[in-house]
Design a protein around this ligand. Structure first.
Ligand SMILES: [Zn+2]
Length: 423
């Protein structure tokens, strides 16, 4: 007897009408007509069953703090960083934990079961680090939270930041972060990349830097990041987040840069909701979109994920933990409206970030963790179009969240009563 049998599911890779058998928290079998009965059966009815959404770039220490102590008036990145600096002394352990736990509830409801969150390590109290390590422990049964030691004010620019960053790694933060474009000079930015990648190599850790989050086409720290990744043999373990300067770079230079990233197997995370609202703020018209070159990176074999980055914080007052909303914005900003391109956008919030985070047992195949989302859509493109309802969210074979299907019963003059239709 199986623990759970999901019948008649469509999968993101295009296969249709399959049964998924689940035993002991793992997928036991995927096939056309799985014979053993399940203690519980879900009829997917030809709708999409996907592995869970994954957010490769978030700031859980700042989330849901919108308006505290004030609102970002200019909407710029730099006012956001200044505002976060005003908020930091007012933070308490309890408040960070409470806000993060609320966000994790939202995430689960949206089928988002793995998040890589940067955590600011510039505060010598390491309050946010300790709070998010506590949250990571509490949510572990239902959500994988991976933390990045992020020196928001610059690892060289902010006194004591490197020591604080090392202390946070000692406490259990598992990824090395950085922000080279925020250091005082280009040379300091390059030096910070060298120091931080060497630290990651010594400790056997992954790297994820906020890299070139600027409209300045001469911000080229991604080149340095790819160089040190190659030099230190960190292939496949390093990610460049944002990379918005690439939007404004000279095409000739980019034709050299992208192959260097591919050679070093450096991945990229674009954050479409944030990039489209924060970049280009110094432009009149035309205004730059400010998102990195997603189709070109993908064409060169560089893995690209889409991250949420911010939800109701000093940088962004909107957001809901819905990775389909993130991917929907990404495909519009990148003009990825072809059928294959839209499917790549769905992968950019599922399997690609799962690989960037190094999540084991992710996917729909025998032996994988039974972590799944049943969507009210037939395929990934329809899921994006509708930002489809998450009918059921499953973790290790158990339904942990469900949302009723979106339907409408109309009673209009001249229309048949109780016309039920999909929205
Ligand atoms: Zn960020």
């Amino acid at each position: 007897m199986l623990d759970l049998l999901i019948k008649n599911a469509n999968l993101p890779d295009g296969r249709t009408g399959l049964d998924i058998a689940i035993q002991n928290g793992r997928i036991a079998e995927v096939g056309e007509r799985v014979s053993p009965k399940g203690r519980e059966t879900i009829d997917a009815g030809g709708q999409l069953v996907s592995p869970p959404f994954v957010d490769a770039h978030f700031h859980m220490d700042a989330t849901l703090s919108f308006g505290i102590p004030r609102v970002n008036q200019s909407g710029t990145l730099l006012e956001g960083i200044a505002l976060w600096g005003e908020l930091k002394p007012q933070l308490t352990f309890e408040a960070i934990v409470a806000r993060a736990m609320t966000y994790c509830d939202w995430a689960v409801g949206k089928g988002l079961l793995a998040i890589r969150s940067h955590v600011d390590v510039c505060d010598p109290r390491l309050l946010a680090v300790e709070a998010l390590l506590e949250v990571k422990k509490r949510v572990a049964p239902y959500l994988d939270l991976q933390l990045v030691a992020f020196p928001q004010d610059g690892v060289l620019r902010s006194p004591g930041a490197l020591e604080n960053l090392k202390r946070s790694l000692d406490l259990g933060v598992e990824v090395v972060g950085g922000i080279p474009h925020f250091e005082r000079t280009m040379a300091d930015g390059a030096e910070s990349v060298k120091i931080l990648t060497e630290l990651a190599a010594q400790r056997g850790l992954r790297v994820d830097m906020h890299c070139d989050e600027t409209d300045d086409p001469l911000s080229r720290h991604i080149e340095t990041l790819a160089y040190h990744t190659q030099r230190l043999g960190l292939h496949g373990r390093v990610n460049g987040s944002h990379l918005t300067s690439m939007h404004s770079m000279d095409n000739y230079y980019v034709s050299k840069l992208i192959p260097l990233m591919a050679e070093a197997r450096v991945s990229a995370v674009a954050n479409p909701l944030i990039n489209i609202t924060i970049q280009g703020r110094h432009d009149t018209y035309p205004k730059r979109r400010g998102m990195t070159r997603v189709p070109e990176l993908l064409a060169a074999g560089v893995p690209v994920a889409f991250g949420h980055d911010c939800v109701m914080d000093p940088w962004y007052s909107l957001g809901s933990g819905d990775m389909l909303e993130v991917a929907h914005m990404g495909l519009h900003v990148a003009q990825m409206t072809g059928q294959d391109a839209m499917r790549a956008c769905f992968r950019a919030v599922t399997e690609t970030p799962a690989a960037i985070l190094g999540i084991e047992g992710y996917g729909i195949a025998p032996g994988c963790n039974a972590d799944l989302v049943l969507l009210q859509a037939r395929d990934p493109i329809e899921a994006l179009r509708l930002r489809a309802t998450r009918l059921a969210v499953i973790r290790r074979g158990k339904v942990i969240s469900h949302t009723p299907a979106t339907t409408a019963a109309l009673d209009l003059p001249g229309r048949a009563r109780e016309t039920s239709f999909r929205i």
